[in-house]
Design a protein. Structure first.
Length: 538
C-alpha cells in the first residue's frame, strides 16, 4: 500500500497502527519494560508495525454501476476508494484489530468509503446499496473494541464504510427543556465545547471520548467515567432519528410515554445493524460550578466493594467512582501510569464530584466521613488529579506495550452485588488459568467503574507476552472468561457492545426468543440484510 500517512486521512487524526495522535505516543519506560519482561518471562524483542507499503488490502469488489450510483447520491468528492481511506476504515481499535493491522493484514477493509452530508443523503446511499446488494458499515470514530466494524461479506456484492464525519453539528439547544440536538458525527470534545457556549455539559466521558462520536455512543450503549453522576449514555437519550433501507424512523416525542414499549431502546445498542443514526436528542445539564477528584486507599477489594454497595444503596454516590483491585493498584494502571505511587498496598479508590458548589462540598464531606469510618486512608487531591490527568492515556500505554513484544487487552462485564465478588474471582481465575495453559503467564487486573444500587461493572485488563498467533490465543483466553460470565448469569458486555466478539454468547443472555425478536426487527428495517452484516445478531 502506498500513501498511508500518519495523520488520519478520514479527519480523525488517528495513526493507522494504533490509538490517537502521533505526537502523544511515547515509548514504554525502560524500568517498566524490564520489570514486565522479568515477571512474565518475555524475551526482549521489539514488535513495531509493518511499513505501510506492506499492508495487504482486499481487491475491491464494488461494481462500476454501484460506484456511479453512490457518486450520484453524495457527489464524487465523497466516495473514496484510495488505499489510505480504506485502511483507516478497516476494523476498530481493539488489540486484536491492531495486531492484525500491525502485521500487515488489512483484509477487512471496505471497498470504498462514502461520506454523506445529511439524513437524506444517508437514505439515498442505503437505497443504492440495497439495490446493488452492498453491505454498509456505519462508521463514527472507529473506536470499536469488539469487532463492531468487521462485517461478514457473505454473498453480498461489496462493502462500504458509511462515515458520518460530515454530519458533525450541534443542531440546537432547547435551554428551557435542557435538550441538545446533535448530528451523529460530533465527537466528544467538540460536543462539550459547543454545549459550553450555551452553558451546558453532557458529562459523558468514556475512555474513547477524544475520538468517539455521538452516534457511536448511542449505537453501543456507551457508559462514561462519570456515570455515577451523569448516567449511562442511553439514559440521557430523549430522542433519536435513524435512516433505514425501509425508510426514516424518528422516536421520542415527550419526556415520558406509555405508548407501548420504548422503541428507542431498539436503536440504542443496535450497532448499525438496524439503521444509521442520523440525529440524537440528549438531556444536558448546566456546566458544573465546581469539580474535584481525590484518592483513597482501602485495605482490600472485597471490603471496598461492600462499601461501594452501601454508598450506592444509600444514594451517596459521588459523580465519579472507580475502585481498582489490589493487582491493578500495585501495577499503577489505576492511573494509567505504571509505577505511580497509589499508596502502600490495598486498593485505590478515586472519587470525583461535579455540580453546584454547595452540593459538591456537602456530598464530598458525607462520602469522606463514610470512607474514614470504614478505615479508608485519604490520599488527597493529587491522587485524584493524577487519575483525571491520565484518564485518556490507557490506549497509548497499550500501544507502547505492543511495540515491545507485550500483549494488552481488556474485557468487561457487570453483575448484581450478591454475585459480584464471585464474578470477580471467577473471571480473574479463568483468565489466569487460560493464560498459564497457553504457556504465557499474564498479569490480570480489575476495577469497578460503574456502580448502581443493584450491582456494578467489572473491567479487566490482561498483560502478557506476544506469541506467534496472539490473536488466536486471545480468542481462546477470552472464551474461557466469557463462559464463566455466562454461567454466572452476568452480562457478556456492560458497555463495549456485542460486535462480532460477543455474538456467540448473546443468545445465552437474551434467550432464543430474544434473538428471534431482534431478527424480526432486522428483517423489517433491513430486508436485504445490508446493514453491518454479522455484527450483533447470532
Amino acid at each position: 500500500m502506498t500513501g498511508c500517512d500518519e495523520a488520519g486521512g478520514d479527519g480523525s487524526g488517528m495513526v493507522w497502527w494504533g490509538w490517537g495522535a502521533p505526537g502523544r505516543h511515547t515509548p514504554l519506560p525502560e524500568g517498566v519494560r524490564s520489570l514486565l519482561e522479568q515477571g512474565l518471562g518475555v524475551t526482549r524483542h521489539d514488535t513495531p508495525p509493518v511499513d505501510p507499503a506492506e499492508l495487504r488490502l482486499p481487491v475491491a469488489q464494488l461494481t462500476g454501476d454501484a460506484r456511479d450510483a453512490l457518486i450520484g447520491a453524495v457527489g464524487s468528492a465523497w466516495v473514496r476508494d484510495d488505499a489510505t481511506s480504506r485502511v483507516r476504515h478497516c476494523r476498530g481499535r481493539s488489540t486484536v484489530d491492531l495486531l492484525r493491522l500491525r502485521a500487515g493484514d488489512a483484509l477487512d477493509a471496505p471497498d470504498a468509503v462514502v461520506l454523506p452530508a445529511d439524513h437524506d443523503e444517508v437514505l439515498a446511499v442505503l437505497r443504492v446499496c440495497a439495490a446493488h446488494r452492498v453491505a454498509v458499515v456505519p462508521f463514527g470514530g472507529g473506536t470499536s473494541v469488539v469487532g463492531g466494524l468487521a462485517p461478514v461479506r457473505g454473498g453480498l456484492a461489496g462493502v462500504i464504510a458509511l462515515d458520518v464525519a460530515r454530519m458533525n453539528l450541534l443542531l440546537g439547544v432547547d435551554a428551557e427543556s435542557q435538550i441538545a440536538t446533535c448530528e451523529p458525527g460530533l465527537r466528544g470534545p467538540a460536543l462539550e465545547a459547543a454545549l459550553a457556549i450555551h452553558g451546558f455539559t453532557l458529562g459523558h466521558l468514556p475512555q474513547s471520548w477524544e475520538y468517539a462520536t455521538v452516534g457511536g455512543f448511542a449505537a453501543t450503549r456507551s457508559s462514561g467515567q462519570a456515570s455515577a453522576g451523569y448516567g449511562r449514555f442511553d439514559s440521557v437519550v430523549v430522542g433519536v432519528r435513524i435512516a433505514t433501507p425501509a425508510g426514516s424512523w424518528e422516536l421520542g416525542h415527550a419526556p415520558a410515554s406509555a405508548a407501548g414499549p420504548d422503541l428507542r431502546q431498539l436503536v440504542l445498542g443496535s450497532e448499525g445493524a438496524f439503521g444509521v443514526i442520523t440525529q440524537v436528542r440528549l438531556r444536558v445539564r448546566p456546566v458544573p460550578e465546581k469539580k474535584i477528584h481525590e484518592g483513597w486507599r482501602l485495605a482490600d477489594f472485597t471490603g471496598a466493594t461492600a462499601l461501594l454497595r452501601a454508598m450506592a444503596q444509600r444514594d451517596l454516590l459521588p459523580t465519579v467512582m472507580r475502585l481498582s483491585d489490589e493487582v491493578e493498584t500495585a501495577a499503577g494502571l489505576a492511573t494509567a501510569r505504571p509505577g505511580s505511587d497509589a499508596g502502600t498496598g490495598g486498593c485505590l479508590l478515586i472519587t470525583g464530584y461535579e455540580g453546584r458548589a454547595g452540593w459538591v462540598d456537602a456530598r464530598r464531606a458525607e462520602v469522606a466521613g463514610l470512607l474514614r469510618a470504614a478505615g479508608a486512608v485519604a490520599l488527597g487531591e493529587d491522587a485524584g488529579a493524577q487519575w483525571a490527568h491520565g484518564r485518556f492515556d490507557g490506549p497509548y500505554l497499550r500501544d507502547a506495550l505492543l511495540d515491545v513484544g507485550m500483549f494488552a487487552e481488556t474485557l468487561e462485564t457487570a453483575g448484581f452485588w450478591s454475585a459480584l465478588s464471585g464474578l470477580h474471582t471467577g473471571v480473574r481465575d479463568a483468565l489466569t488459568a487460560a493464560l498459564a495453559a497457553e504457556g504465557t503467564p499474564g498479569l490480570v487486573m480489575g476495577h469497578i467503574s460503574h456502580v448502581y444500587p443493584t450491582g456494578a461493572s467489572l473491567y479487566f485488563t490482561v498483560v502478557c507476552g506476544q506469541v506467534d498467533d496472539s490473536v488466536a490465543r486471545w480468542r481462546r483466553v477470552k472464551a474461557a472468561a466469557s463462559r464463566v460470565i455466562t454461567e454466572a448469569g452476568a452480562t457478556i458486555t456492560h458497555h463495549h457492545a456485542v460486535g462480532t466478539d460477543h455474538r456467540p454468547w448473546l443468545a445465552a443472555e437474551i434467550g432464543d426468543i430474544g434473538v428471534a425478536v431482534l431478527r424480526a426487527v432486522k428483517n423489517t428495517l433491513d430486508p436485504v440484510g445490508i446493514l453491518n452484516p454479522g455484527v450483533l445478531l447470532p
